[in-house]
Design a protein around this ligand. Sequence first.
Ligand code: GLC
Length: 417
Amino acid sequence: MAASEQIDVKKDRERRMKWWHDARFGMFIHWGLYSQLGRHEWVMNRERIPVKEYEKLADTWKVKEHPAREWARLAKQAGMKYMVMTTKHHEGFCLWDTKMTDYNAVKRGPRRDLVQEYVDACREFGLRVGFYYSLMDWHHPDGARCASDENARRRFLDFTQGAVHELVTKYGKLDILWYDVSWPLKSPELWESQKMNKMVREIQPDIIINNRSQLPEDFGTPEEHIRAEEVGRAWEACMTFNGSWGYMPYTLPEDWHSTRDVLKMLRQVTGGGGNLLLNIGPAPDGSVPPEGSERLVPVGKWLAKNGEAVYGKVDRADGRMEWTPIGNWSLKGKTAYFWCDRWPGSVITIGGLRTKLLKASLLVDGKPVNFEQKGEQLFLKGLPEKNPDEIANITVIKLDFEEQPSQKLGAGCVVLE
Ligand code: GLC
């Protein structure tokens, strides 16, 4: 690619992705036939359930009225800005009104276009719309044999491209296309990913595409861990809430991430300039497991007061700021946000900051905090004895510096004054 073309690609990506970077936080929805079994969305594979037997689940799936509105309302309450729903998971069952196969939610069980309902709910609640689509397909007769049989590969690619084409044409403006597992074909050429994504972008010029069609595209997708990609590359950590993507009633309350865990994950992604896509596996009828909503509503309450430390354009804190035993950072220009999650009492000491501090305040109410900078030590004083945050024991202290701060601690310690 010529240099000027590369600049255009970069500019176009920045334009398309601005809202996504600002949004930071989204809801993943894994919902399908497997939800009825409640033993993870890989249950068909893990229990070696024969296709013919698994197919029966297509007729027994009963869905209540408008569950997607419940998800969208919760996402909104939780401070999430977008959603991504499984339109077809590895099991192969299509949740939309497709002409590509009769194995779909309109012809079988629910007898409704669940994707349409989801899109409507996102729009009603002002959330951006993402579609998850699994390339791997355990139901399609060519889904596995395409690896060794050229005619099967052609048929399977026609099916895949046809399905993706429907998804990007039938539902108006889409914001995210989230591919998954590209088994069994071993290269993007064999998948014809370039051609497929070009078709998608022609129809949806603003869409953002993830990296799971074997092309890097717009963003990376670390799964079940939070690790920042190299500087300049967008990333989104996708995380289960309780260890399973699909509905899993066989959990204990302690298997679920707490409100505090979720906020810490948000701190971590924000500090690394990434996003968090947190999963809900609705019950077969579409209801949200109460463990999920009980934890997410307080997340939203916390964000309503402290969202400034999370949303919008951030700078990466990793590489600039260091971990401390009592908290960690997010960063926006000259402002650093210290997320204190182990409150030590009325004085907080932070080492290694050489930049001049102009102002310190509690993010939650703007109350000024007294401070003193002495050599390499910053003392924040006159604070309450106990962590003032009643939602999750995470208080953010906003520090406005004269210039963009940096913190140097290293491993050694020879402080002479
Ligand atoms: C994986 C799993 C899948 C899940 C996905 C979410 O690749 O196969 O079940 O949907 O990750 O990131």
